[in-house]
Design a binder for this molecule. Structure first.
Ligand code: CA
Length: 226
C-alpha cells in the first residue's frame, strides 16, 4: 500500500517556534500548514483536513482550547497541545479539553516530532483491528471509529476512542492507569496518569457516568449491562 503524505497543521503565533517545527516536520516528509491565530487555525483545519494538529494554547483571536473544541466538533483529529508552563498543562488536563497529548515549552524539536509520530501510530493501530464490539447498549465500530450508546452516536476524540476500546476489550477487568498510559499513550515511565483521569472524565461526560468504574488507587474498569 502506497502511503499518502501525512498532513500536519501547526497553530502557533510565535514565528520562531512555528518555523522550526514546520521545518522539522517537512524534513520528515509531512505536508505542513501553519496558522497564526485561533480563527485561522479553525479555518485551516477545515480546508486542509490535517492528520494531526500541533496547537499552541495562547493565541490571538481565541485561544487553543476554543480551537481544539471547534476542530474536534467538526471531525476527530489527534491534537498535540503546546503549553507555556507545567501548571498550565495541569489545568488543561483537569479541564479535559480533548487534546491527545501535551508538551511544555521549551521543548526539543526532536521530542515534538516523536510525539507527532506516536499520535499517528495510535490512530493507525486501532483501524487495523476492525471487529465491532457490542457490550450491552454500547456499540463500538473500530473501522469507522464510531461509537453509539443506546442507539445514539457519540463523538469522541481519537484518544477518548482508543481509551474506550482498550477498556471495552476487557470488560469489567480493572486496568491499571500505568498500563493504559503505556499502551495508549506509549509512555512507559508511569508519569502523566492524570492524563488518563482527564480522558476518563471526558468519556463519562459523553457516554454516561455509569459506564466506567474507578478502582481507587489502581485504575478503571468498563461496566456494562448484559
Ligand atoms: Ca502563543
Amino acid at each position: 500500500m502506497r502511503e499518502r503524505q501525512r498532513r500536519v497543521l501547526i497553530v502557533e503565533d510565535e514565528p520562531t517556534i512555528a518555523d522550526s517545527v514546520a521545518a522539522r516536520l517537512r524534513a520528515e516528509g509531512f505536508a505542513v500548514h501553519v496558522a497564526r491565530d485561533g480563527p485561522g487555525g479553525v479555518a485551516a483545519a477545515a480546508s486542509t483536513r490535517p492528520d494531526v494538529v500541533v496547537l499552541d494554547v495562547m493565541l490571538p483571536g481565541f485561544d487553543g482550547l476554543e480551537v481544539c473544541r471547534r476542530i474536534q466538533a467538526e471531525r476527530p483529529v489527534p491534537v498535540l497541545m503546546l503549553t507555556a508552563r507545567d501548571d498550565e498543562t495541569d489545568v488543561l488536563v483537569g479541564l479535559a479539553v480533548g487534546a491527545d497529548d501535551y508538551l511544555t515549552k521549551p521543548f526539543s524539536i526532536r521530542e515534538l516530532a516523536a510525539r507527532v509520530h506516536a499520535l499517528l501510530r495510535r490512530v493507525d493501530r486501532v483501524v487495523e483491528d476492525p471487529a465491532p464490539i457490542v457490550l450491552g447498549d454500547l456499540e463500538i465500530n473500530p473501522a469507522q471509529r464510531r461509537v453509539r450508546r443506546a442507539g445514539d452516536e457519540v463523538h469522541l476524540t481519537p484518544t477518548e476512542f482508543d481509551l474506550l476500546v482498550h477498556l471495552a476489550q476487557r470488560p469489567r477487568a480493572v486496568q491499571p492507569r500505568e498500563r493504559l498510559l503505556a499502551e495508549i499513550w506509549g509512555w512507559g515511565d508511569g508519569a502523566g496518569t492524570r492524563t488518563v483521569d482527564s480522558h476518563v472524565k471526558a468519556l463519562r461526560r459523553k457516554l454516561g457516568a455509569d459506564l466506567i468504574r474507578t478502582v481507587h488507587g489502581i485504575g478503571y474498569a468498563l461496566e456494562v449491562g448484559e
